[in-house]
Design a protein around this ligand. Structure first.
Ligand code: SF4
Ligand code: FES
Length: 182
């Protein structure tokens, strides 16, 4: 009988984690809709991540430790790994949230994401903030296609550091001083 490299709970999770690519002591999972082509994987381990070739992930070309490091560099969670009999990926502590200019929010940590398919336990994710992704809550790269801009700072009254002058409303408008009918 072939033993699965994943513990039972991780196996269930992996169903949502895309196509499997087996290597020596490690399996890489690739969830294509969550890849926004940042190419950290390709730059980090070009012997394994080979766009333009088939299969594009050739997990037999490197040691498991190198593959684990490359997979963990994927900011979107499009890549995951399972070590044969080894530990699962541990979440980063503390959790961090990074806003990419004109792009998604990148999260790393012990994440519980509410998705149309149910709650997903994740350690890395890129969440859409342009509103146009077809894979919400995940970014699917549409922000670049539509030229979405994250813009500058929020208006002062939304940042909470605005102190309206007397007679001025928090949204910047002047309050009327006229008396209504008595
Ligand atoms: S690092 Fe992740 S998001 Fe970037 S190209 Fe590789 S799989 Fe796609
Ligand atoms: S931020 Fe990437 S699709 Fe919305």
């Amino acid at each position: 009988m072939t033993q699965s490299p994943l513990p039972p709970d991780a196996q269930a999770d992996s169903l949502q984690r895309g196509k499997a690519y087996a290597g020596e002591g490690v399996t890489v999972y690739y969830d294509a809709p969550r890849c926004v082509h940042v190419a950290n994987c390709v730059r980090g381990l070009p012997a394994v991540f080979r766009p333009g070739e088939r299969p594009w992930i050739q997990a037999w070309n490197a040691a498991a430790e190198q593959i684990v490091a490359a997979v963990r560099s994927c900011p979107t969670g499009a890549l995951h790994y399972a070590l044969t009999g080894g530990p699962v990926e541990q979440p980063q502590v503390p959790t961090t949230v990074t806003a990419v200019t004109d792009g998604p929010l990148l999260l790393r940590g012990d994440l519980r994401l509410q998705t149309p398919a149910g709650e997903l336990h994740e350690v890395r994710a890129a969440l859409c903030r342009c509103g146009a992704s077809s894979q919400k809550p995940f970014c699917d790269g549409t922000h670049a296609k539509i030229g979405w801009k994250s813009g500058g700072e929020a208006p002062a009254h939304l940042r909470g550091d605005d102190h309206p002058e007397p007679g001025q409303r928090a949204d910047g408008a002047r309050e009327s001083t006229e008396q209504g009918p008595t």
